[in-house]
Design a protein around this ligand. Structure first.
Ligand code: SIN
Length: 275
């Protein structure tokens, strides 16, 4: 296997491995690379829906997505798609998946199934590098803080997506979510300190109202994106990306109006987070 950095502090492209048939030793190297770099990209993969599920199970568990449409044959595979006549895409702003769950999903395995002729890239940002780059003052101000996360304002019947042309295909509009996590977590495997708040789902610090929390949250959201902690993936047929939700944020770029894009996503179960 050959590992090539995608950007100074985020993302790695891994070549010389077939995900569908990789050995346990290769799997271990892939896991460690994703924990370290936040996201790993694999090109030219032959990866059927069955391979996708088999590979996902090798990580531990698969979380069934509560909101996105699921493939007809397999509930484990969620469909992230945008029709040519739709305006809004799924995941088109910086976020980390499932921070609103008590035990947030570890990450995702995303497979390109149908791509627009140009555009539709995905970006990631490394939250370990983001934490390291915070000023000492900001690090002191967030020391020991916990924050509340929810997806209710995004996915509920009166939420953000319901007001858009993605609303009709989303499920789970009656679900309620909410979880408290430390603002700075330690990666469960590497022990690295990671900034764990995101603009999509983090609402307030524990002990403060959303209004009181907003200025510091905004400061953190802005500081979390630096020039060298982001990477950008241009998808091609056969590309698979696997990311770690604790280590990274991601953002699906919505710049392919008039074209269809369909991705298949498996969400990998995670573990409780701690400071
Ligand atoms: C997402 O999982 O947020 C969507 C990623 C993508 O479609 O590129």
């Amino acid at each position: 296997m050959k590992l090539t950095a995608m950007a100074p502090q985020c993302g790695v492209e891994i070549s010389g491995v077939a995900l569908a048939t990789c050995s346990d030793a290769e799997m271990e190297d892939i896991r460690n690379a994703i924990y370290e770099h936040g996201v790993a990209v694999f090109r030219d993969q032959t990866f059927s829906k069955e391979d996708h599920i088999k590979f996902g199970r090798r990580w531990g568990g698969i979380d069934i997505n509560n909101y996105f449409p699921l493939t007809k044959d397999y509930a484990e595979i969620a469909i992230v798609k945008k029709e040519p006549d739709q305006v809004v895409n799924i995941g088109g702003a910086w976020h980390t998946d499932h921070s609103y769950d008590q035990i947030p999903a570890m990450g995702s395995v995303l497979v390109a199934r149908e791509l627009p002729p140009t555009g539709g890239d995905t970006m990631w940002a490394h939250m370990g590098a983001a934490y390291d780059a915070l000023s000492d003052d900001l690090k002191t101000r967030i020391e020991g803080l916990e924050a509340f996360h929810t997806a209710d304002h995004v996915y509920k019947a009166d939420g953000i997506y319901a007001q858009t042309d993605q609303g009709a295909t989303l499920r789970g509009q009656d679900l309620e979510t909410g979880a408290v996590h430390p603002v700075v977590i330690r990666h469960p495997h590497t022990g690295r300190k990671l900034l764990y708040v995101n603009r999509a789902f983090t609402i307030n610090f524990v002990g403060q109202t959303p209004e009181e929390s907003r200025p510091l949250l905004e400061e953190l959201f802005d500081a979390a994106l630096t020039d060298d902690n982001q990477c950008r993936l241009q998808w091609k047929p056969g590309t698979v990306a696997i990311w770690d939700n604790r280590t990274s944020w991601h953002n699906a770029i919505n710049d392919y109006a008039g074209h269809y894009r369909e991705m298949h996503r498996i969400t990998l179960s995670g573990e409780a987070l701690a400071a």
